[in-house]
Design a protein around this ligand. Structure first.
Ligand SMILES: N[C@@H](CCC(=O)N[C@@H](CS)C(=O)NCC(=O)O)C(=O)O
Length: 233
């Protein structure tokens, strides 16, 4: 999966934000937010990692401190007061700022394709986590771990193989947000679901397994992982 015949994008055609501060709001967990934190790290951009309790979040909505349109986190505030909601919009903004959103329009679309597919799987996982009915929860979990996740992992294995034989990243020659997205999924599943043998499952998809290691060994990511506030979910 290379650049196809797409012409390289003029990176400067869209000016960067010039924001000197990025205030990133999420809950105190990996969830949907960790991929954005990883993106800030890869971009080399300082950001305020604001982690809210449920009470703080409820308060923010009541007092008007939260000014986003959708009453959901993640949420990003820029220096001039502009705010952005929606995980993928924030992720892609940071990736564009850092120049890792794909080198051509086609590569950007390929990276989006993978990021969106991973987000679908994250959504399915969050559904299992937040299900209150014990019986329904058990059946959702089985469906997720026995069918949905392994099927998707095999698909990701193929996509990796199609780019450089799976020896590098999902798109082009360098990391894009798609690689961070994939890593953040597996990282969260590993720490939140210790009763499940994720690493064993990854034995069936060796390229995905090696890719997880490759991303976590990137110097900036490795340093972040060593020092981050770690939470299971
Ligand atoms: N599509 C949205 C989904 C956001 C979402 O569901 N956020 C949840 C946390 S993961 C939330 O804000 N829940 C608290 C609430 O709805 O008050 C995104 O990706 O940003």
């Amino acid at each position: 999966m290379g650049s196809g015949s797409s012409t390289p994008r003029q990176k400067e055609a869209k000016p960067k934000t010039k924001s000197k501060s990025f205030r990133f709001h999420y809950f105190d967990g990996k969830g949907r937010g960790e991929v954005v934190r990883l993106a800030f790290v890869l971009a080399g951009l300082d950001f305020d990692d604001v982690r809210h309790t449920a009470e703080e979040w409820a308060n923010m909505k009541q007092t008007g401190e939260f000014t986003g349109p959708f009453r959901q986190l993640p949420w990003l505030e820029l220096e001039d007061g502009t705010t952005i909601s929606q995980t993928r919009a924030i992720l892609r903004l940071v990736a564009r700022e850092g120049g890792f959103d794909g080198d051509t329009n086609l590569d950007a679309a390929k990276a989006d394709e993978i990021t969106d597919a991973v987000e679908d799987i994250k959504d399915a996982f969050f559904t299992t986590i937040f299900e209150q009915d014990e019986q329904k929860k058990a059946s959702l979990e089985d469906e997720f771990w026995d069918s949905r996740l392994p099927t998707r992992l095999r698909q990701f294995e193929k996509l990796l193989e199609m780019n450089n034989g799976g020896q590098g990243f999902f798109v082009g020659k360098a990391m894009t947000h798609a690689d961070l997205e994939m890593f953040s999924l597996l990282d969260m599943l590993e720490s939140s679901s210790k009763e499940r043998d994720l690493l064993g499952m990854l034995g069936a998809v060796p390229l995905v397994k090696a890719h997880k290691e490759r991303v976590s060994n990137h110097p900036k990511i490795a340093e972040y992982i060593k020092t981050r506030r770690d939470t299971p979910l």
